[in-house]
Design a protein around this ligand. Structure first.
Ligand SMILES: Nc1ncnc2c1ncn2[C@@H]1O[C@H](COP(=O)(O)OP(=O)(O)OP(=O)(O)O)[C@@H](O)[C@H]1O
Ligand SMILES: [Mg+2]
Length: 232
């Protein structure tokens, strides 16, 4: 495992206090690739993503990004290295406007960053002045998705980006992700929306009880194979 020119994580273990949630998970994501992470509720998907993003420090294992060991590097420093992480919940500042939320991580309010995103999601332009706390759950997810894509990070980590989002916007999100991949951006996407993630991912990891129970090229795995691990 070198990790050069991409992300590699090796035998990651960890969780919260004395609870181990992720148990020996490994994977790679090359430039321009999407890794989809699936699994039932509570199996450790978000915890894995937090380890990749620098929110949870693994108790064992390594995370390599572009050839450098970032295992213990905190979120902010990872962002400086081109890794953007979007959590599953608490994704907008409710008291701030939509516009303030969108420009939160950008040093200047260069509207060009949002030109394509506003074209795909007119709501982002129409609701700029609205308090983000008054948006629906799916609309908040769109704001956080757009904010992540506006960063144009080489590696974007998204935790259930389509939750509650309207089908037509879910489809557009997929197209935007694939369009970024043509420019060598990489993604790790935790998802419940099986069909969507199978249609945009290059490779899939399915977790159960913190371990990988299925992995492979998205094009080679059947929906039935994956679903077997998702039913309770
Ligand atoms: N901050 C925390 N402190 C303690 N335990 C936590 C914390 N966050 C998550 N857990 C526990 O870790 C386990 C895995 O949680 P995680 O959020 O990684 O699962 P998930 O696969 O993302 O689930 P979901 O599909 O519901 O989002 C769960 O048992 C959860 O209760
Ligand atoms: Mg989760």
């Amino acid at each position: 495992m070198t990790g050069a020119g991409g992300l590699a994580f090796d035998e990651l273990h960890g969780g919260y206090a004395d609870t181990t949630v992720v148990r020996g998970v490994s994977g790679t994501v090359g430039p321009g690739q999407v890794l989809g992470v699936l699994g039932r509720n509570g199996v450790g998907k978000s915890t894995l993503l937090k380890m990749l993003g620098g929110v949870v420090v693994p108790s064992a294992g390594r995370v390599l990004w572009d050839g450098a060991d970032v295992t213990r590097m905190a979120l902010q420093r990872r962002l400086g290295r081109g890794i953007s992480y979007t959590p599953q919940d608490d994704i907008v500042f409710g008291e701030l406007s939509v516009a303030d939320n969108l420009y939160l991580h950008l040093e200047n309010r260069n509207p060009a960053r949002y030109a394509g995103l506003q074209q795909a999601f007119p709501l982002l332009a129409q609701r700029q002045a609205q308090r983000a706390g008054t948006l629906s759950g799916g609309e908040r997810k769109l704001v956080s998705f757009a904010r992540a894509l506006a960063l144009e990070a080489p590696l974007t980590l998204l935790d259930e980006p389509t939750e509650g989002v309207q089908p037509e916007n879910v489809e557009r999100m997929g197209r935007l992700v694939r369009e970024r991949c043509t420019r060598a951006a990489s993604f790790v996407i935790v998802e419940q929306h099986l069909e969507w993630v199978m249609s945009i991912a290059d490779t899939l990891l399915v977790l159960d009880h913190g371990e990988v129970v299925l992995r492979g090229a998205a094009a080679e795995l059947s929906r039935a194979d994956v679903e077997r691990h998702l039913v309770v």
